[in-house]
Write a protein that binds this ligand. Structure first.
Ligand SMILES: Cc1ncc(COP(=O)(O)O)c(C=O)c1O
Length: 293
């Protein structure tokens, strides 16, 4: 199978790595993951119910030692890492993640954090004067700042609707969206789990309401990966963003952006580098040396 990897056309400057898009497209039955430079411990999920917080939990459930070993291995031979190992490993992560979140590997890219992913989506939408962007008041503060800024730049209008507390149930939120969202809205943004309010928004139903009105939806699931089950195929959002460095317990600087197939050609990375023009996964996988390492 190595030969399949090696035969692929290179598309990353002078890198000695296989073509990212071809590695992503290899059918699961033919795909052989890259080798790790050290042994990965087996998780012992069987005994999690009786597991105590502390040393035992740290050793059985977290790969903290592997993170240290990996850092050492990278620094021992940085050129080998960047030039030959990094991209195939990122492809492996992308493929594994896509299975966990229920989408095609072709539809998800790794980014540094949710903020970058949300900026990417919002900056990819061509707004003009009086276009509308829809949010609820529980939207994350930094995202509100981004949306206000793009409205200032373009003359678009930010429509912010108020969720009344205490929330009586999911129907309250669905009815609010139903009664206030106008068709023709350019983008609706909802937090899956707002960070300041103890709520999980009924995003499946909200997405349906948006789609009935032909409104594209961006779900900010910064807190979702690892805390609630995700199946992006059945959710059917246009864009979905989550952090892996929160409840998924990855090292900091790990997040993903999912984009529906037909919107990918207009969703371009904020940073343009070697992978540009070689496909959706390629365009996002490398944003210059050391980014996200
Ligand atoms: C709902 C929500 N969106 C976005 C973010 C931004 O995440 P990051 O700082 O990793 O980009 C957060 C951070 O807590 C958040 O709670």
């Amino acid at each position: 199978m190595l030969s399949l990897h090696m035969a692929a056309k290179r598309d990353f400057g002078s890198f000695h790595s296989s073509n990212v898009q071809e590695l992503i497209n290899i059918p699961e039955k033919d795909y052989i993951p890259p080798l790790f430079p050290f042994e990965i411990p087996e998780y012992d999920f069987g005994s999690l119910d009786s597991l105590q917080f502390g040393k035992e939990c740290r050793e059985k459930c977290f790969m903290l030692e592997c993170v240290k070993l990996s850092g050492k291995d990278i620094e021992r031979q940085p050129l080998r890492f960047f030039d030959r190992e990094l991209l195939p490993h990122l492809v492996y992560v992308t493929r594994s993640l896509s299975k966990f979140i229920g989408c095609d590997a072709q539809d998800v890219v790794l980014v540094t954090n949710a903020t970058t992913a949300i900026n990417t989506v919002v900056r990819s939408i061509k707004l003009k004067e009086n276009d509308c962007i829809y949010i609820l008041n529980v939207t994350y503060g930094a995202v509100k700042k981004l949306l206000r800024q793009v409205c200032t730049e373009t003359g678009a209008v930010l429509q912010e609707e108020k969720v009344e507390f205490p929330v009586t149930g999911k129907q309250q939120i669905i009815s609010l969206v139903k009664s206030t969202l106008k068709s023709g809205t350019k983008l609706a943004v909802f937090d899956h789990i707002p960070s300041n309010s103890p709520l999980i928004l009924p995003i499946k139903e909200i997405i349906q309401v948006c789609h009935e009105r032909n409104v594209p939806v961006l779900i900010d699931g910064a807190h979702a990966l690892g805390s609630v089950p995700l199946n992006l195929r059945s959710l059917d959002a246009d864009y979905y963003v989550s952090n892996a460095h929160k409840w998924f317990c990855c090292p900091k600087g790990a997040a993903f952006l999912y984009v529906r197939k037909d919107l990918q050609k207009n969703t371009r990375p904020l940073v343009i580098s070697h992978g540009f023009g070689s496909g959706f996964n390629s365009e996002f996988i490398w944003a210059g040396a050391s980014e996200g390492c």
